[in-house]
Ligand binder design. Structure first.
Ligand code: ADP
Ligand code: MG
Length: 679
């Protein structure tokens, strides 16, 4: 079926925002709404306000600044007054924004020769659109590169009347009544064309309920499955290699490490297959726990594999293991895509032998030509960085090996099952002793020079630093330009005497690894990065994490970034630089005031929902697009009741009446369901 108004090029752009079918289009719902009550009058704006305004362009131009940055400026007018708006570094807007255009702008008011509006989001309705904000609700849709807001809205407008009548409700009406949510066709109409903000909310509640219902169904099924035993290897706790490691370890394990190690040993020595998630804040010492598990497998004559998401991280683990295992007379095997043919053959020979070896590597471990003779334990580090298939593939490399997944992205225990399926969860809730907390501070734009003086002082002491720029969803090209500019400014300006490098999302994996490696080896002093810096990387000499535009990051992301420093003996600093709105200031204070990743994650979940926690939503997995179980608490309770009722009567959802629900469940959660089939 072809949508009216979509050719191959636009279809590509649509696919990038996850729209493959008409159904996806109908479910591409506005991320927010504006009406007269949410749009501020321009005359009322005060410096520091975070506001949404709507007005017509009365003049425009490109202004060069002293630093060589070109700023697109426009004066916007509504019936109450005028304001100048400035888009630094975006002179190309001059091509698409013209006098007479009606703009919807969300952003902050700052001081710049008077009031100036700094838009964070710009929506151009064009010159034909009537200024009707006073009389109706505006639906604001997420856009993408190659697909502007206007196009998304026009496409939905054009197709809504054709396809809405084809949508049918498939949930029992009693269930909908109970939850007090409208039926699906009506709900979709309400979210796309609401008459009032309240109507938009009611429509959204139906879609949120549906999401919560299915997640609860999965959750309940997963629990049931978790209780059915799955046979696995029964290891014996010989206390041979593990005791030797304990005796030669250069430090004492923390109580939390001892506890989770016990949980893992218990799993591995039982006849059931282990399927455990080990969570622990960045730097909490998960790697050593994995090593103990690996040694337990090895002293039973099995092989153990640790898979890491990047070559660099795999290398780092291999080096760590090599050091710790040397006193035991053992050495780990390293496998990655970049090994030469000879090294590959040597590795393959060792893996094919019955030698109980520890192998560390990238996803090359799960590729076809890597064969294990006797895999007993599969460890996946930074597991959220892998797709479900890759995680499963490692487990399939052996005869029902035990599985240990590790992650520094903390999910509260109550939600872990919902998000991860039938995993058992172990949590390291304690950092090794003597770790200095990272000093975290907020600094305003006016202190920029001082901040960079400080960075320079640290570099002068031989330390290293990171500067992180936000990902701008709208356009990778814009992002790259902004990063390159920031990098050039530093390189040619105040830090010209230092060794700088740039890391960005458009570089291929090998180039990224190369830059990170040079940073690790100390031949780069300061790393400017647009991508969230490689997870798990341990550069003890780095003492400054400077984050630009902290308002663009989730709190958990900021916490992860902060975890990149504070790894050595020197005091470390995380600096959140820039002017933000009072609301954002409140939000950032969570990170400034707490160094506990779980507290930060919980605040993040409340404020921004589940999707952001993972940075990128994995298509088809049981995370949330619309609902937020932390905020939609009542709705979630209702959904849970409904799910329990449904499954109590029909545990496999196999009755004729429940066929549509079963189909939706299969379609939407195919991969998640596969996750439950691991055992
Ligand atoms: P993460 O949980 O983030 O993967 P790592 O396993 O990389 O953390 O550990 C971070 C650092 O802490 C490593 O340098 C490791 O050697 C060290 N470490 C781990 N456990 C302890 C401990 N009990 N005492 C002291 N240092 C430890
Ligand atoms: Mg780690």
């Amino acid at each position: 079926m072809y949508l009216s108004g979509v050719g191959p090029v636009r279809a590509d752009a649509l696919r990038r925002i996850g729209i493959f079918t008409v159904r996806d289009l109908l479910h591409h719902v506005p991320h927010r709404y504006e009406d007269a009550s949410t749009i501020a009058r321009i005359s009322r704006l005060r410096i520091g306000d975070d506001a949404t305004i709507m007005g017509r362009v009365i003049s425009k131009g490109i202004i060069p600044t002293r630093k060589g940055l070109r700023v697109f400026q426009a004066v916007i007018q509504d019936e109450s007054g005028l304001i100048e708006c400035g888009w630094p570094g975006q002179p190309f807007l001059d091509r698409s924004i013209n006098p007479g255009d009606l703009l919807l702008l969300a952003g902050t008011v700052r001081f710049f020769h008077g009031r100036q509006f700094a838009p964070r989001e710009t929506i151009n309705f064009g010159a034909d659109e009537e200024d009707q904000a006073a009389g109706r609700v505006l639906s604001v849709y997420p856009a993408t590169e190659g697909f502007s807001f206007k196009q998304v809205r026009a496409l939905i407008e054009r197709n809504l009347d054709t396809y809405l009548p084809l949508v049918t409700e498939y949930l029992p009406s009693a269930m909908l009544d109970e939850a007090q949510v409208p039926a699906l066709p009506e709900a979709l109409r309400m979210v796309h064309r609401p008459a009032t903000l309240d109507e938009a909310r009611r429509g959204r509640s139906r879609l949120a309920f549906e999401e919560l219902l299915f997640v609860n169904i999965l959750h309940i099924r997963a629990r049931a499955l978790a209780r059915t035993p799955r046979a696995g290897i029964r290891f014996t706790n010989r206390r041979d290699l593990t005791s030797k490691l304990k005796a030669t370890l250069p430090f004492e394990l923390t109580d939390a490490q001892v506890r989770v190690t016990r949980e893992i040993v218990k799993d591995m020595t039982s006849g059931e297959r282990m399927h455990r998630l080990l969570q622990g804040d960045v730097g909490s010492g998960k790697t050593i726990v994995a090593l103990f598990a690996a040694l337990l497998a090895m002293e039973n004559g099995f092989q153990a594999a640790v898979m890491a998401p990047t070559e660099l991280l795999a290398e780092q683990h291999a080096a760590t293991f090599a050091k710790l295992l040397a006193p035991l007379g053992l050495s780990p095997l390293f496998i990655s895509g970049s090994l030469n043919a000879k090294a590959r053959r040597a590795a393959a020979t060792r893996l094919a032998s019955r030698e109980p070896v520890l192998v560390v590597g990238t996803h090359a471990l799960v590729q076809g030509d890597t064969e294990f003779s006797r895999l007993g334990l599969a460890v996946v580090d930074e597991q959220h960085r892998f797709g479900v298939e890759q995680r499963l593939a490692l487990g399939k490399k052996g005869e029902r090996p035990d599985i240990l997944l590790m992650s520094a992205t903390p999910i509260p225990r109550s939600l872990a099952l919902t998000v991860h399926g039938d995993l058992d969860v172990s949590i390291i809730d304690e950092l090794p002793p003597g770790r200095q907390p990272v000093t975290t501070v907020r600094r305003l734009e006016k202190s920029r020079d001082k901040v960079f003086d400080f960075v320079d002082t640290q570099l002068g002491k031989g330390r290293q630093a990171y500067v992180v720029l936000p990902l701008i969803e709208e356009s990778e090209k814009v992002q790259l330009k902004a990063a390159t500019k920031a990098f050039d400014e530093l390189r040619k300006g105040r830090l010209s005497h230092r060794r700088l490098a740039l890391l960005h999302g458009r570089m291929d994996a090998a180039a990224k690894d190369d830059v990170m490696r040079r940073f690790r080896d100390g031949t780069i002093d300061l790393l400017v990065s647009t991508t969230v810096i490689e997870v798990g990387i341990d550069v003890a000499n780095a003492t400054v994490m400077l984050v630009e535009h902290p308002e663009r990051f989730g709190l958990s992301q900021l916490h992860q970034l902060r975890g990149r420093v504070g790894r050595g003996a020197e005091e470390s600093f995380c600096i959140l630089l820039g002017d933000v709105s009072p609301d954002t200031e409140d939000r950032l204070s969570v990170v400034v005031n707490s160094s506990d990743g779980f507290k930060v994650a919980e605040a993040d979940l409340r404020l921004r929902g589940m999707g952001d926690l993972f940075g990128q939503r994995q298509h088809g997995e049981a995370t949330f697009k619309i609902a937020n179980p932390f905020v939609d608490v009542e709705l979630n309770a209702l959904a849970r009741e409904s799910a329990l009722g449904l499954l109590a009567k029909d545990p496999m959802l196999s009755s004729k009446a429940n066929t549509p629900i079963h189909q939706v469940l299969r379609r939407r959660f195919d991969r998640a369901m596969e996750l439950f089939r691991v055992g």
